[in-house]
Write a protein that binds this ligand. Structure first.
Ligand SMILES: *Cc1c(COP(=O)(O)O)cnc(C)c1O
Length: 404
């Protein structure tokens, strides 16, 4: 069991007021809040360890390098990767996806096909469109149903010997649907296609086991799991990472440089050109420690309680419709009230100190599917409470009265 009152003491930001009201933070799917334990690691790094890594012989540089490489190992263990060099430190999910998409430029040709799901975030659509423009490969879309779930029989029909890559998010950021990624991966492998799973939205709620999933690439950002912004990871199977060409040239990624020829460094450094977000990487590790200490089983059970409570309370409001009603979903509630623009509801909620997301949530195709301009999205984390949900429900009722 999770002690939410004690947990809330870890998050200084939860004490602040917004527009004179206590902050109710329900935009966790956009970014999570940062506990003091992680803030302390960031302050400690700049207070005591700041130096460039992998280069200096001096003590400070070596200590910083050790901390950074220990973080990589924490990440490896967390995701159960076979080797630590299969963990590439990146600036986040978007960077990780672009790294893979760029690498595949060299491996695809006209006539090849890439499958993406209808539930994708823009950062998981645009890089593939750019890849298709570069290579002549074709992008095809796995459709979704009204519940917000992928239609697996259509996926089966799309798979063929032309399929080279499949890209699906583990959990949809707009609707919260948990996709059956293991099945998706198995089916793709049967036709010899590689699979990249966007785990940005899954990692706050569960622990993906990359070996059990047998996934080729798995990507995530630290800032959705209590870590800082601007850092994340790409997991890739060793064989795939050896096959892909480097993404950026620069320091750190080379073994030897002459003007005639440069040879690349071994993994993971081949993909880590330039000075990385050293402090961010170390804090990423600390964020995983923090969440593991609470326990993902406890987090999932508690968030399910919040989801069920929030769904039930919100549905009592007349004219309110929830988008994404899969049995398999996480603590995200995307909704609209008939006849009212989501932006107007969001603005009134903000006046009451309640932070929700409004708009298309970087997932315009999903909004087009439902023929709506966007939704109000409340996404809950393990530090939220039922009384905060009550505040949201009251706020939505007030907004509805003012706007209709
Ligand atoms: C947040 C998010 C991204 C983008 O993450 P960045 O940290 O902005 O790169 C991609 N996909 C999903 C599903 C997300 O939730």
């Amino acid at each position: 069991m999770l002690n939410v009152n004690k947990i809330r003491e870890d998050f200084p930001i939860l004490n602040r007021k917004v527009n004179g009201k206590p902050l109710v933070y329900f935009d966790n799917a956009a970014t999570s809040q940062t506990p003091q334990q992680v803030i302390d690691v960031i302050v400690d790094y700049y207070s005591n360890f700041n130096a460039n890594i992998h280069r200096g012989v001096h003590t400070l540089s070596q200590e910083a390098t050790d901390l950074y490489e220990q973080a990589r190992i924490k990440i490896q263990k967390h995701f159960n990767a076979k080797y630590s060099h299969e963990i590439i430190m990146t600036s986040g999910t978007t960077h990780s996806i672009n790294l893979v998409a760029n690498g595949f430029s060299a491996l695809l040709k006209k006539g090849d096909e890439i499958l993406v799901s209808a539930l994708e975030h823009h950062s998981n659509i645009v890089p593939w469109q750019m890849l298709c423009e570069r290579t002549g490969a074709q992008l095809r879309v796995i459709p979704m149903n009204q519940q917000g779930e992928l239609i697996l029989s259509d996926y089966d029909a799309l798979l063929s010997e032309h399929t080279k890559l499949v890209f699906v998010n583990h959990i949809s950021n707009a609707l919260g649907t948990i996709n059956p990624v293991k099945t998706i991966i198995d089916k793709a492998h049967q036709v010899g296609a590689a699979v990249l799973i966007d785990g940005a939205q899954a990692c706050p709620h569960l622990i993906p086991d990359v070996q059990d999933l047998d996934v080729d690439f798995y990507v995530t950002s630290a800032h959705k799991i209590c870590g800082p912004t601007g850092v994340g990871m790409l997991y890739g199977k060793e064989a795939w990472l050896n096959k892909l060409p480097p993404y950026q040239g620069g320091g750190e990624m080379i073994a030897e440089v002459t003007f005639e020829k440069t040879t690349y460094a071994d993994l993971p450094h081949k993909f880590e050109a330039g000075t990385p977000n050293i402090c961010g990487g170390i804090a990423f590790g600390a964020a995983l420690d923090y969440m593991n200490a609470i326990g993902f089983e406890n987090i999932a059970a508690y968030e399910k309680e919040l989801l069920d409570y929030g769904t039930q309370q919100l549905l009592e409001i007349e004219g309110l419709k929830i988008y994404g009603v899969s049995e398999n979903k996480t603590s995200v509630i995307s909704f609209n009230i008939e006849g009212i623009h989501p932006y107007d509801i969001g603005t009134i909620l903000d006046k009451m100190g309640i932070a929700v997301r409004t708009g298309h949530h970087c997932a315009q195709p999903i909004m087009d599917f439902y023929k709506i301009p966007g939704t109000v999205r409340a996404s809950f984390a393990f530090y939220n409470t039922k009384s905060e949900i009550d505040a949201l429900v009251n706020g939505v009722k007030k907004a509805k009265m003012m706007l209709s």
